[in-house]
Design a binder for this molecule. Structure first.
Ligand SMILES: Cc1cc2nc3c(=O)[nH]c(=O)nc-3n(C[C@H](O)[C@H](O)[C@H](O)COP(=O)(O)OP(=O)(O)OC[C@H]3O[C@@H](n4cnc5c(N)ncnc54)[C@H](O)[C@@H]3O)c2cc1C
Length: 429
């Protein structure tokens, strides 16, 4: 049998944390092998939050939206000292985002970060979301909302999960003068239409021209046009610029329900570009193996290949997510487990403490803070409280102490902890 190929780093997982880690590691010249279900990333909304809300700390207190995420970090860490941000220098959060944004801009997916403030952007439910880093195709919407500029929200006939009327009615108190329009997608035979289909259709200039011609008479006095996120699958900035030229006014995208086009764009960008940067990427595969003895490399099996594939790696970065990604599991009636190496999971003592009485309680639930405890270098701790292996690191939502849904810090934790783990392990080579 031939010797397994040897890598500097095995990245376990292809959600946002794993993909960001592969970008950071390949930029630093590390030989990377990576596996996971890349579908995970399609479910993200495409906007990257650092901190959008501070959860309630006492009964009856509502969640507190955050306008200035970096200013609010000390308050978060006072209330939630076990949050992974406690292990990071805030400057590293910015550096991590900017390095990932540079990669995405080079791939034709430009993002903009909000400086000291979060952007405020409309959601498909017509609520407002605070987010620090947004695709540039969403920006004209943030600006128009801030200025109260007259805008028209456009729905596409047959597209489920996006109602221009719902967006406009719910946003009316914050954005007076919103109008709505509904248009059939030219060239589509009718019936149900999916955002991904429309995005791929709009890659073609003739389809953009036909849509603009159908839309123009419906826009009235609107100075800005909001569409569901369908402005092309690749290079959305170019598609948006062409629609702006055709309509004679700025257009912006509103993310749709998951899986939405902004998430699929990210997935296709990472999948398409990482192999060219030397990453051995195994999509829709698991990577499994035992925790090696001290000083030994990781011997991992890429499961699900028609031919068994084994790899050796000097270090491993566990980015396997929580329940959705499959990094944490738990059979009914049993404690939560970490599914790859069987690491100890910080969790409530028994299941009765997982949830509070009210599911929507703004203080959140203990089970949503479950995960791996790590040392200052992001190495998961074993049962004795020491790092489980000197070469094993963890990043992303598998880390304990954060409830990213309530704190609106999902992408921030994923990107910044991936950055910290990779820069630390690259420096320790
Ligand atoms: C519906 C939805 C909407 C979101 N919206 C936002 C938002 O608006 N703003 C924001 O900032 N964040 C948002 N997020 C959250 C953000 O995307 C999370 O931070 C992110 O999902 C966590 O990333 P992760 O990589 O840690 O885990 P995951 O995305 O869960 O990825 C885990 C990965 O590990 C893989 N894996 C598990 N076990 C193995 C194994 N044995 N071998 C190989 N691979 C394995 C899985 O296949 C998967 O690829 C959203 C997430 C969801 C689901």
């Amino acid at each position: 049998m031939s010797q397994p190929e040897r890598y500097d780093l095995a990245v376990i997982g292809t959600g946002l944390a794993g993909m960001a880690a592969a970008v950071f590691a390949s930029s630093r010249g590390l030989r990377v092998v990576q596996a996971g279900s890349t579908g995970a990333i399609s479910y993200t909304s495409g906007v990257f939050d650092v901190l959008g809300a501070l959860p309630a700390t006492r009964e009856g207190q509502p969640a507190r939206p955050v306008e200035r995420p970096f200013e609010a970090l000390p308050e978060l860490l006072r209330d939630e000292p076990g949050h992974p941000y406690a292990l990071l220098d805030p400057e590293d959060i910015r550096l991590a985002f900017h390095e990932l944004m540079d990669f995405l801009r080079g791939a034709g997916l430009p993002y903009r970060a909000g400086g000291e403030r979060n952007f405020l952007l409309p959601t498909p439910a017509g609520t407002l979301k605070h987010s620090w880093c947004v695709p540039e195709t969403a920006l004209p919407g943030c600006e128009a909302l801030a200025q109260g500029a007259p805008a028209c929200i456009v729905a596409i006939e047959g597209m489920k999960g996006f109602s221009a009327r719902q967006v406009a009615v719910n946003l009316a108190p914050h954005w007076p003068g919103l109008t709505t329009a509904r248009v059939a997608m030219p060239g589509h035979p009718g019936g149900e239409v999916y955002p991904e289909q429309v995005a791929r259709m709009l890659e073609v200039p003739a389809a953009r021209k036909a849509l603009a011609e159908a839309l123009a008479p419906l826009l009235g006095q609107a100075r800005v046009v909001g569409l569901p996120a369908v402005l092309g699958m690749h290079r959305p900035g170019d598609v948006a610029a062409d629609m702006e030229r055709l309509l004679g006014r700025p257009v912006f995208e509103i993310p749709t329900m998951p899986p939405g086009v902004p998430g699929i764009r990210l997935k296709e960008t990472f999948e398409g570009l990482l192999p060219g940067r030397g990453v051995a990427l195994f999509c829709q595969q698991k990577m499994v193996g035992p925790l090696p003895a001290p000083g030994e490399p990781f011997r991992l099996r890429v499961a699900g290949q028609p031919v068994e594939h084994h790899v050796l790696a000097d270090r491993a970065l566990l980015c396997s997510g929580r329940f959705l990604g499959g990094g944490l599991g738990g059979l009914r009636g049993r404690p939560l487990t970490e599914t790859v190496f069987g690491l100890p999971v910080a969790q409530p003592e028994d299941r009765a403490q997982w949830y509070r009485q009210d599911y929507l309680d703004p203080r959140g639930h203990a089970v949503h803070r479950a995960g791996l405890r790590v040392d200052a270098a992001l190495r998961p701790l074993g049962r004795d409280g020491a790092p489980a292996h000197e070469g094993l690191y963890a990043a992303g939502s598998i880390l304990a102490g954060q409830d990213w849904i309530r704190m609106k810090c999902g992408a921030g934790v994923a990107i910044a902890t991936a950055f910290k783990a990779v820069t630390t392990l690259a420096g320790a080579r």
